[in-house]
Design a protein around this ligand. Structure first.
Ligand SMILES: [Zn+2]
Length: 463
């Protein structure tokens, strides 16, 4: 009897989770605030709309905070009656159909390494919370010394199955056409490309084994909550926006920046290879995104370079290119981190229109993705080399550093002093032009201008 009651509860719970719909609301400033405040688990963001999972918890939070009668609520429409449904057909198959299981990824990568010994080798990049090896593959003609290092990652988020497929397709594309295709040969001969097709293996397996909508990793050391959002855990502007402090939230940022094994693995990979450029695949929304992710208050100083190569990839994919935070600011992602800390030209590509596009659509996504990657490997080889370090660029650099320093001002006044000392060597006109180039928001401009006016040196300049 007792046993029966427990199974009934489990069944009921499962039924609730299973039935959670995905809702869509127009992407306006006010709905972004609500989605953020309520910690709604958004699944997709485009310039037009935000989609989120409307489970029992989300429903309750909306009611608790009085939003069930606001325009936010009235403007929501159902896009998918049951979020799990898109996975169910694949999960009925033994091996997830066209999608790779983790075991299939391991087998395939090992096969490539033995078939192409001088061009491919399997690497272990870390160990997960549940003790699995994070596996990757290094592609590149090992007999050439001078090669440009790239990083290609898939599946920070467990449920985004398609995000492992494009990296796997690109490995196959380059290796299998190496002998017959001049472009593939040129790329492999002159590059070191590290692919990590499934960074968040624990989560990825968990999602594939019956909890399809799982997003985070499986770290169970967080006050009873399970999982950290790996793409909110990187150490740059960690937690300032679009990330949760609650271990139960789907966007939980973790106890501290870089606390997660997967994030540490990415850092150690950087230290080993010193990547010039990187792409992290996610799903869904059909977008090519770049820094900043944490704020739309400024563009990054290299925005034009990001835009140029991002637009090139976008054209191949048929996707929209844009600064990430212009959609919806979220801090602690891999792009902001790799770019700000290590100067990597770091992109995110949001693939497809579902976490798991139907099997018939996968070959086309893979083929376009592989082409976009070829374009990337040819055009993002030394992205910042061509930057002319003229005065205009130096002002942008200095302004960006000041914005960074302002964020730290509460506990680090020295950095802010340094930033202003540097900025004060430029004229008011140069600084204003720079602020406009960075599309700096009015309040930030005013803040910096007011602070600067107290610097003697700056006053002298501008008398
Ligand atoms: Zn994602």
């Amino acid at each position: 009897m007792r046993k029966l009651a427990i199974s009934a509860i489990i069944l009921l719970n499962t039924a609730c989770v299973m039935a959670a719909p995905i809702m869509r609301v127009p992407n306006t400033a006010s709905s972004r605030v609500i989605v953020n405040q309520l910690n709604l688990d958004y699944t997709s963001r485009t310039p037009e709309y935000i989609e989120f999972v409307y489970d029992e918890e989300a429903k309750q939070r909306l009611i608790d905070l009085g939003h069930e009668n606001t325009s936010f609520f009235k403007k929501t429409t159902i896009t998918n009656k049951n979020a799990d449904e898109q996975f169910s057909e694949l999960m009925r198959k033994d091996d997830l159909g066209i999608y790779h299981t983790y075991e299939e990824i391991v087998t395939e990568l090992n096969d490539y390494a033995s078939t192409y010994p001088g061009l491919a080798k399997v690497i272990q990049v870390g160990t997960t919370f549940e003790g699995r090896n994070i596996i990757g593959i290094e592609i590149g003609n090992q007999s050439n010394q001078d090669r440009v290092p790239f990083l290609v990652m898939g599946t920070h988020h467990a449920r985004e199955w398609i995000a492992s497929e494009v990296p796997m397709a690109s490995v196959k594309d380059l290796l299998e056409s190496y002998e017959s295709d001049a472009q593939a040969k040129k790329i492999v001969d002159s590059s070191t490309i590290v692919y990590v097709p499934m960074l968040n293996i624990d989560g990825g397996i968990y999602s594939r084994n019956g909890s399809p909508m799982w997003r985070k990793n499986r770290n169970a050391n967080n006050k009873g909550g399970v999982g950290v959002d790996n793409n909110r855990n990187y150490e740059y502007k960690w937690g300032v926006t679009g990330a949760s402090s609650s271990p139960w939230s789907d966007t939980y940022k973790g106890e501290e920046p870089m606390s997660e094994n997967e994030n540490q693995a990415v850092e150690s990979l950087y230290q080993k290879y010193k990547f010039k450029s990187s792409i992290s695949f996610h799903s869904y929304s059909e977008l090519v995104l770049w820094p900043w992710g944490y704020t739309s208050s400024i563009q990054c100083k290299d925005n034009e370079i990001f835009k140029k190569i991002g637009t090139g990839m976008g054209e191949i994919m048929g996707y929209r290119p844009m600064q990430s935070a212009d959609l919806y600011p979220a801090a602690g992602d891999s792009d902001d981190y790799l770019y700000a800390k290590h100067g990597v030209l770091a992109y995110t590509i949001e693939l497809g229109r579902r976490f798991v596009p139907s099997e018939s659509k996968v070959p086309e996504i893979n083929s376009k993705g592989s082409k976009a990657l070829r374009y990337f490997f040819e055009n993002a080889r030394n992205p910042f080399e061509k930057v002319v370090e003229n005065k205009e660029y130096k002002v942008l650099k200095s302004l960006e550093y000041t914005v960074y320093a302002l964020e730290r001002a509460e506990y680090d006044t020295q950095t802010l002093q340094d930033a202003y000392q540097k900025l004060a060597t430029f004229t008011k006109q140069e600084i204003q032009t720079g602020m406009n180039t960075l599309k700096m928001k009015h309040r930030v401009k005013k803040h910096i201008e007011a602070d600067l006016s107290t610097f003697e040196r700056f006053k002298k300049h501008n008398q």
